[in-house]
Design a protein around this ligand. Structure first.
Ligand code: GL7
Length: 809
């Protein structure tokens, strides 16, 4: 978009004055930010409107990405950047004596997701818009986002995240597009005069779903898609039925809080209400929207693709059936054909405890009509499958099993495509978790390795690197990430390597300042910055990292001249509030940090920094400064990981097990440019099957393990209650479920290899460069292009020369 600095200044002054009735010079930072945000939103409004109109006018097929979580991060900078206005805005503000960076820090980072799954949804939104594809998000406008984490005496404390206390300048409440969602009551079928079976309802709880729309701005292409988040309210015509605040609670609570658990299934009624609320409102609004297209209903799958992001929105399947049958009056067979062709499903985890299974009784009571439909889907599935595949497979794959509704099964049965999020993960789905379905429907299964948007994670987070790339290989890589590979040509260029190292050092200095500011810890920017940032979970093995740090500390104490390269271990992680073990690990890391950081024998050799409240904005500060990316989950457990991709794209070297997308990272960058350790996935499967693993043996016979584990419980680490014991017990008495001790030696070895390599700065930076240059395949643009081609069958609306080029590897 074209805008002169002069015009911007004029617009901004007017905007501020019209909002606050005084001059910007008197404004608070929040007010200055609000005015700027709303002004940028004004600039967005024209392409936003035009994009919507073009889609309808050209009858373009649209994707609706249904997700219980979105983690967009701050939007001011990325919107201004994608519009092509960032420099103008910065310049204009400077002329007004204001600082863009300061204003943009005033934006609240909406924490409407737990981790990778929600962030992936937002990276996908960015790529869809940037590829000029009609892709909309559908989710929940939680009043409280993921809790704000604080450490008190090293313990995690959770505070409510009331992100809407401040004005959210990006959203537009859209009163004209509300929907009604019904819960509970009695439902029966009655034959009407035309002989048609009609669903009748009584005593239902009626909830008004109010949409809040947020623009998803494409990169320099005048395309703006829509993220629609629903909020639950009392229907206006029923307001008089509610007499007290308490009576309104069952409605208000539906969109009040995000469930703060990323890998555990919460079998609570409220969660099921949330899922149906979001699904029903979303599907109703799609069908309404589709009417504008004015084409026969049978063509819905040619105009609409609905994506089920993990099982949370799997009720899309029976809800779409309900609308097509009860409201659009189609036959079961017609409705099923449409539903199945419209829906597709991504699985994001193999953790059994995360796979949703709702008690039938709960489903029946909360969603009686939906349950009838699920029962019928299941009946027909069994009827078709039994004669062809026999008892075992049929009962293993049924939707209704032992008193529960198996949501993954419903999603697979109701979708034409099922994908995992990295090749290994997809293989595990096909060979293990969804093996029987793979036998029934091999053609539905496909892999779509996750991706990240370089725009947020490189262009904006790492301007130094971006400038270097522009200088060395031109700017094409920004529209066409596969051009990054050209950078490989510079791996031997001393000058480039020097510049790259200098950029990393600058980023590290900035992070070091931030560490000092928020944690009061002084770190040496020349130390290795070693980063593990992700949710805290036993399978991700932050405690393996912890044991290694402890090991290093004990080595230093024993031999103060030991030859370790100075290292700063950086953590960012929230634990689910009910996940005691994860919280114990946090406490032990914090206490160990206290010990290590204050021990004069240690000096620069070792520092430990655990940031509070890890989220998108903090990640943007940490990632460009990382030297080492810790991706150390037990092989087979991490479906993909996405911080691994962001860190790689910013030149960190990966220290990894062969898990999730780490395998693909190794394949692209080459085995010499990554540090791999530990059991492989087949070895993990074998070891589990053999049942021969004995962690106590390792504890008793491996002196390093013995020493480190003892230090967990002998008072070496200060200020612990029983947290060190708890970790000890889990590893030794409960036989170390995630094979931490088994992988310990090879992990320590890999860490030592890192030290050796870091001494050769030239060689280190060369490998860093190769990582950056090999990161293109992890651009979400490519991932989305594959979803679009293989699953959704949607096309780019860009004029030919603007569209993304295929990735040529
Ligand atoms: C996750 C996986 O754990 C993670 O490996 C993956 O990268 C992400 C996106 O596909 O999805 N699954 C999940 O439930 N959460 C994830 O982050 C919360």
């Amino acid at each position: 978009m074209e805008l002169t600095t002069k015009d911007f200044i004029k617009d901004y002054k007017n905007q501020f004055q019209s909002m606050y009735a005084y001059s910007y010079e008197e404004g608070s930072t929040e007010q200055l930010y609000n005015a700027l945000g709303l002004l940028v939103k004004n600039y967005i409004s024209t392409p936003w409107k035009e994009t919507r109109e073009t889609y309808i006018k050209n009858s373009v097929k649209q994707v609706f990405y249904f997700s219980m979580e979105f983690l967009p991060g701050r939007q001011l900078k990325s919107n201004a950047y994608n519009l092509g206005l960032l420099d103008t805005v910065k310049e204009g503000l400077t002329e007004l004596g204001l600082s863009f960076d300061e204003l943009s820090e005033a934006e609240v980072d909406p924490a409407l997701g737990n981790g990778g799954l929600g962030r992936l949804a937002s990276c996908f939104m960015d790529s869809l818009a940037s590829l000029s594809m009609a892709g909309n998000g559908n989710g929940i406008r939680y009043q409280y986002g993921l809790f704000r984490q604080k450490f008190v005496d090293g313990y995690q404390v959770e505070l409510p995240e009331n992100w809407l206390r401040y004005r959210n300048v990006w959203e537009t409440s859209n009163d004209k597009s509300t929907c009604m969602v019904r819960f509970g009551g009695n439902v029966w079928l009655e034959r009407n005069k035309q002989g048609y079976l009609e669903a009748k309802y009584e005593n239902t709880l009626n909830v008004l779903a109010v949409p809040y729309d947020t623009p998803m701005v494409g990169y320099r292409n005048d395309k703006v898609n829509n993220l629609r988040l629903w909020s639950a309210e009392i229907p206006v015509e029923e307001e008089n039925n509610y007499h007290t605040i308490e009576e309104t609670e069952p409605i208000k609570e539906i969109t009040q809080v995000l469930y703060p658990d990323d890998s555990n299934y919460e079998g609570r009624l409220l969660r099921l209400k949330q899922e149906y609320f979001m699904v029903s409102a979303g599907v109703q609004s799609i069908i309404r929207h589709f009417r504008k297209y004015n084409v026969p209903r049978k063509n819905i799958p040619d105009k609409v693709a609905i994506h089920i992001n993990d099982t949370h929105p799997a009720l899309v399947v029976p809800e779409l059936m309900r609308i097509l049958i009860d409201e659009e009056r189609l036959s079961w067979e017609q409705a099923w054909e449409i539903t199945f062709k419209t829906c597709s499903y991504t699985n994001h985890t193999i953790l059994r405890e995360a796979l949703e299974k709702w008690p039938i009784d709960m489903m029946k009571e909360l969603l009686p009509r939906i349950y009838m439909i699920i029962e019928e889907i299941n009946r027909r599935f069994v009827e078709n499958t039994l004669p062809l595949y026999g008892e075992r497979i049929t009962w293993q794959t049924a939707i209704l099993q032992n008193g529960v509704v198996n949501m993954a099964h419903m999603a697979v049965i109701g979708s034409h495509s099922v994908n995992g999020v990295a090749q290994l993960h997809t293989d595990i789905l096909m060979n293990d978790v969804l093996k029987d379905f793979f036998e029934l429907y091999p053609e539905r299964f496909n892999n779509k390795t996750n991706g990240i948007t370089q725009r947020r994670w490189v262009h904006l987070a790492n301007p130094g690197l971006t400038q270097l790339l522009d200088d060395k290989i031109g700017e094409d890589w920004k529209k066409n990430p596969s051009e990054l590979k050209v950078f490989k040509g510079q791996e031997k260029d001393k000058q480039t390597l020097k510049q790259l190292a200098a950029i990393k050092l600058e980023n590290k200095k900035r992070l070091a300042d931030h560490i000092e500011k928020v944690k009061g810890i002084k770190v040496n920017p020349n130390a290795i910055f070693d980063v593990q940032i992700k949710r805290l979970h036993a399978y991700k093995r932050q405690h393996l990292n912890l044991l290694h740090i402890l090991h290093r500390y004990l080595e230093i104490k024993q031999n103060p001249s030991v030859d370790y390269a100075p290292r700063v271990f950086i953590f960012g992680a929230k634990a689910a509030p009910s996940y005691l073990y994860a919280k114990q690990i946090i406490k032990v890391i914090n206490s160990l940090a206290e010990l290590v950081n204050n021990d004069p024998d240690v000096g620069d050799k070792l520092k430990v920094v655990f940031f509070e409240n890890y989220g998108v904005s903090l990640a943007e500060k940490i990632i460009p400064a990382a030297d080492v990316s810790e991706q150390i989950s037990l092989a087979s457990m991490e479906a993909s990981g996405t911080s691994n991709m962001k860190l790689m794209a910013n030149g960190a070297l990966t220290l990894a097990t062969l898990d999730g997308a780490n395998i693909e990272i190794r394949d692209f960058v080459g085995g010499d440019n990554i540090f791999v350790f530990g059991l492989t996935s087949p070895e993990v499967y074998e070891l589990k099957a053999a049942q021969t693993y004995n962690a106590r043996d390792l504890y008793e016979n491996n002196s390093n393990i013995h020493r480190a584990l003892n230090a967990l419980k002998d008072g070496t680490i200060p200020n612990l209650q029983d947290e060190g014991h708890a970790i000890f017990e889990s590893l030794v008495h409960f036989n170390d479920e995630y094979f931490v001790l088994k992988d310990f030696d090879s992990y320590v070895q890999a860490q030592e290899d890192i030290d050796s390599l870091y001494k050769d700065q030239n060689e280190w930076t060369r490998k860093s460069l190769l990582n950056i240059a090999s990161s293109a395949p992890f651009s979400a643009d490519y991932t989305i292009k594959k979803y679009a081609d293989d699953i959704w069958k949607v096309k780019s609306c860009a004029v030919e020369h603007e569209g993304v080029q295929p990735l040529d590897e």
